[in-house]
Design a protein around this ligand. Structure first.
Ligand SMILES: Cc1cc2nc3c(=O)[nH]c(=O)nc-3n(C[C@H](O)[C@H](O)[C@H](O)COP(=O)(O)O)c2cc1C
Length: 218
């Protein structure tokens, strides 16, 4: 059974369409896989064409392929739990949202609603995760990094809030773990996290019909 099959949503979600069905968040990426600039551009176009309130397009991404100067600056800001697995991914996209007007007037007047802007950033990032899956890649989003430190070393302006990162790459087969160099930093907890079953709240807790709190029924 492939890793994607092992992690497929079940029970009762077997009918989900691709690329939703085979999306999951690996923690052990192949540290030698590289993404071409053409592929990175397609991923960014998935965000570019996401819907947004008033077509305000408040999302911004800092593109940090493994080995780039931006990647070197970002890695020290990761939390301990993320410092092992995030750097092995081929690419990190650091996601930010414009929350105010650019005082120098180059980046527009900012969103009418910051709440909707944050919503729109999440949706744009979701589009990246699904486009990535359609391209044979996997993603793992993360919030565990020092946002202030990252904003400072990467020169993020004050009218943009960094929110999350998206690690993108291809999962490493467990059979290849032994071939990893010590410098690749594999720790058992990364594999252990992957092996944990994927669980979800039942629909009765997230979908209501009639009145709020009354489970929706088919
Ligand atoms: C906003 C956000 C923040 C997250 N932060 C982290 C993180 O800091 N570290 C981590 O290992 N996973 C992080 N995750 C991944 C979630 O734990 C993961 O998506 C969730 O357990 C569901 O698993 P699945 O993506 O395989 O369905 C984050 C996901 C999201 C959407």
């Amino acid at each position: 059974m492939s890793a994607d099959e092992q992690h497929a949503p079940r029970p009762e979600a077997e009918t989900l369409a691709e690329p939703l069905r085979s999306r999951w968040s690996p923690s052990v990426f192949d540290p030698h896989h590289e993404l071409s600039s053409a592929d990175i551009e397609v991923l960014l176009r998935a965000a570019q064409w996401a819907p947004s309130a008033g077509n305000s397009q408040p999302w911004r991404y800092l593109v940090a392929p493994r080995g780039s100067a931006a990647h070197d600056l970002l890695v020290p800001t990761l939390t301990r739990g993320n410092a092992g697995w995030v750097p092995r991914a081929s690419l990190v996209l650091l996601a930010g949202v414009q929350v105010a007007a650019d005082p120098e007037g180059r980046d527009g007047s900012g969103p009418k609603s910051v709440d909707h802007a944050r919503h729109d950033l999440g949706q744009a990032s979701a589009h990246i995760t699904l486009q990535a899956r359609a391209m044979g890649l996997h993603t793992h989003q993360f919030a565990g990094f020092d946002r202030q430190a990252a904003a400072s070393v990467l020169g993020v302006p004050s009218y943009v809030e960094l929110m999350t990162g998206i690690a993108i790459g291809v999962p490493l087969a467990e059979s290849a773990d032994e071939g990893l160099a010590a410098g690749d930093g594999l720790i058992g907890s990364d594999r252990a996290r992957e092996r944990r079953g994927r669980e979800r709240r039942p629909l009765t807790e997230i979908a209501f019909g009639g009145r709020w709190g009354e489970p929706w029924t088919s």
